[in-house]
Design a protein around this ligand. Structure first.
Ligand SMILES: Cc1cc2nc3c(=O)[nH]c(=O)nc-3n(C[C@H](O)[C@H](O)[C@H](O)COP(=O)(O)O)c2cc1C
Length: 437
């Protein structure tokens, strides 16, 4: 049976679309007009790459301009086969950049000034080729040069046929970008250029511009604040080659450090051994044991606003560390290792002006244990999750409890999304505390 939309259905759909449009417009431009928008007076670089959805980027440019942004459009060679630069310059009233080797002047030094002046880089549509180039850090065109040179947050809106989008190579590159803090918007499920229905349709221009507004609002959330994050598991040595450790991957702490960075904070990341890359721009301190981590947290939290303890710190350490590799004796059946208590870092650091956030990874009585920990350690926030499901995994199903009595059970989400939520809650609490007399 073919799909048919009745006239009534059409009218309802159009009304819904108008409602959605006015809702998005109110969020982007504010009900009081343009000045309310976080996009007002911002500089956005809009990278347009060579996919069919390039024509929709004209709407992205137009919405950004209407919201008060200055938009510099950068087009790849392929993009210019799909849409003319003239369209964008007419919308943005700014020359379109198509050549990495255009002459430099006092006012314009190519990718360097575009990267430096940008508050945000949006790549929409992002082709499979562009996603690969961004993930690999290729600098062989103007867009790649800007992406490598800018400190601004980056949003990519993938657009391609679903077979391409589902290819492991594209997926892996998107994961790499997301791990580096790049915001991936869409793609949507729907009708593709080929006529097939599937994943790969570029997110709507409204959704892309709303993501831009959200990011810019977020970029200033923690401006001027200092955030200390711990991550990974500690290793407690038995001898020069053996240690007692745990399965923590560090992913949650690294995601929190990245989220705090994109919220505009100055971040110190104190990490046990992991295989992860620290986010660019964070002060990075590597430690091995709980005692070392304690010392570094004490140092770093001086003058800090937020401490987030996402590290899995060993509660006990071997009482002695053998200088030589321990050898088993002939006929030895048992080995006794006496453990001593490690410092409780979160409990021991108690400054009235420091907002403390802890994690409760438990295997039983999750919420009751989390609440007990929240109170005992004078935390503002505790993130409770199932230890077995969370440790080492890339996603998490968590509940956020606050000292103000809020309990928010979150659906399953990536650790990056959970990190952004935790930072949002912390910002709200910090701002509320500031307003108190
Ligand atoms: C008609 C046509 C449509 C295309 N649409 C897409 C697309 O939607 N997404 C995509 O990733 N590549 C698409 N491609 C392939 C890209 O244009 C090609 O990979 C190009 O090298 C991308 O260059 P760029 O990333 O530098 O812009 C399309 C190619 C053609 C000929």
């Amino acid at each position: 049976m073919g799909s048919r939309i009745s006239r009534r259905g059409c009218r309802v759909a159009v009304r819904r679309l108008r409602y959605a449009e006015s809702y998005v417009r109110a969020r982007l431009f504010g009900t009081d007009g343009i000045t309310m928008s976080p996009l007002n007076h911002t500089a956005i670089v809009l990278g347009v790459t060579g996919g069919i959805a390039a024509f929709k980027s004209a709407s992205v440019a137009s919405l950004l301009v209407q919201a008060g942004s200055r938009v510099d459009v950068v087009m790849t060679e392929s993009a210019q086969r799909f849409i003319q630069p003239l369209t964008f310059s007419a919308i943005t009233h700014t020359p379109v950049h198509t050549n990495a080797f255009a002459p430099w002047t006092d006012e314009h030094s190519g990718h360097v000034s575009l990267a430096r002046n940008a508050d945000l880089l949006i790549v929409a549509p992002a082709t499979a080729a562009a996603i690969a180039r961004l993930a690999l850090g290729l600098a062989d065109d103007l867009l790649g040069l800007i992406a490598l040179s800018t400190e601004a947050p980056i949003i990519v809106a993938p657009a391609m046929e679903d077979r391409m989008f589902n290819h492991p190579s594209v997926r892996d590159h998107l994961v790499t970008l997301a791990e580096r803090g790049v915001i991936v918007v869409g793609p949507d499920h729907g009708r593709l250029a080929s006529g097939a229905i599937g994943d790969g349709r570029m997110a709507s221009p409204e959704a892309i511009v709303e993501a831009a507004a959200t990011q810019l609002r977020r970029s200033s959330q923690l401006h001027g604040r200092k955030v200390v994050v711990t991550a990974g598991g500690t290793q407690e040595p038995l001898d020069p080659v053996r240690y007692i450790g745990n399965r923590s991957s560090g992913m949650m702490g690294y995601a929190l450090a990245a989220a705090a960075m994109s919220a505009g904070a100055t971040v110190t990341l104190i990490s046990g051994p992991t295989t992860l890359r620290p986010p660019c721009g964070a002060e990075f301190v590597e430690v091995t044991t709980a005692v070392e981590m304690h010392r570094e947290v004490e140092r770093a939290t001086f003058g800090a606003d937020i401490l987030i303890m996402a590290a899995a710190v060993a509660d006990f350490r071997p009482e002695t560390r053998s200088e030589r590799k321990l050898k088993k004796q002939v006929d030895q059946e048992f080995m006794d290792v006496r453990l001593v208590r490690n410092p409780d870092i979160l409990a021991s650091i108690d400054r009235p002006d420091l907002l403390k956030i802890g994690f409760a990874a438990e295997t039983e009585d999750l919420l009751a244990n989390a609440k007990r920990k929240l109170e005992a350690k004078h935390l503002a926030i505790i993130v409770a999750n199932d230890a077995e499901l969370t440790i080492g995994a890339s996603s998490s199903t968590a509940t956020i409890l606050t000292s103000e009595g809020d309990v928010t059970a979150l659906p399953p989400m990536t650790k990056s999304s959970l990190a952004a939520k935790v930072i949002d809650v912390a910002t709200t609490m910090l701002n509320r505390a500031d307003r108190r007399p």
